[in-house]
Write a protein that binds this ligand. Structure first.
Ligand code: Y12
Ligand code: CO
Length: 173
């Protein structure tokens, strides 16, 4: 399965992803193909829509206290639903679909989600810290929302200008 990361401002990122109904080999192939893409680009989270697959699936591999991301820590989250949230936290976020840009974003501090794994089994997960932030970031992708949508008007305008300049630089390098 040959997949490529879709980058802003590609309109594909604005699609609302659809519920996964079949927990079959096709889904497993997609999840298996997403993992090396995320790891080879130093990512910690990736939603299927970021590789142009508009289904409600995401993967996360949060670095441990040594900064390692062993495959055993990989979380595959299908059809997530947030059932509880509390508090507020700010973290400097980045996104593989918006390269070279990082910005402080406000999120819930703790969350609880219900989700399914690759075999369709249902789970409940209480998350805080970076995991809670990353889940919220990736769940936004399922709705076609990017972290840059949460910037103030002035900051967004500055971002658009900087991003265009960076894109030109990357094209010419
Ligand atoms: C906290 C905040 C946001 C998330 C969502 C997941 N985001 C990422 O995994 C971002 C990864 C990222 C990796 C980069 O490195 C490479 O592409 C090699 C990167 O660097 C450049 O664009 C140059 C930017 C973002 C989880 C937790
Ligand atoms: Co992202």
């Amino acid at each position: 399965m040959k997949l490529k990361i879709v980058e802003y401002p590609d309109k594909k990122l604005r699609q609302k992803s659809v519920e996964v109904k079949n927990f079959d080999a096709k889904l497993h192939k997609l999840l298996d193909a997403m993992y090396p893409i995320m790891m080879n680009t130093n990512g910690i989270g990736l939603a299927a829509i970021q590789v142009a697959q508009p289904v409600r699936a995401l993967i996360l591999n949060i670095p441990d206290e040594d900064g390692e991301q062993p495959r055993e820590n990989l979380l595959e989250i299908i059809n997530p639903v947030m059932v509880q949230q509390a508090g507020e936290t700010v973290y400097q976020e980045g996104c593989l679909s918006v390269p070279q840009f990082y910005e402080d974003i406000k999120r819930h501090e703790t969350i609880t989600i219900n989700y399914q794994d690759r075999d369709g089994n249902t789970h409940t997960l209480d998350a805080d810290g970076l995991l809670a932030i990353a889940i919220q970031h990736e769940m936004d992708h399922l709705e076609g929302i990017l972290f840059i949508d949460k910037l103030s008007y002035a900051r967004r305008k500055k971002f658009e200008k900087e991003y265009k300049r960076l894109q030109k630089e990357r094209k010419n390098s």
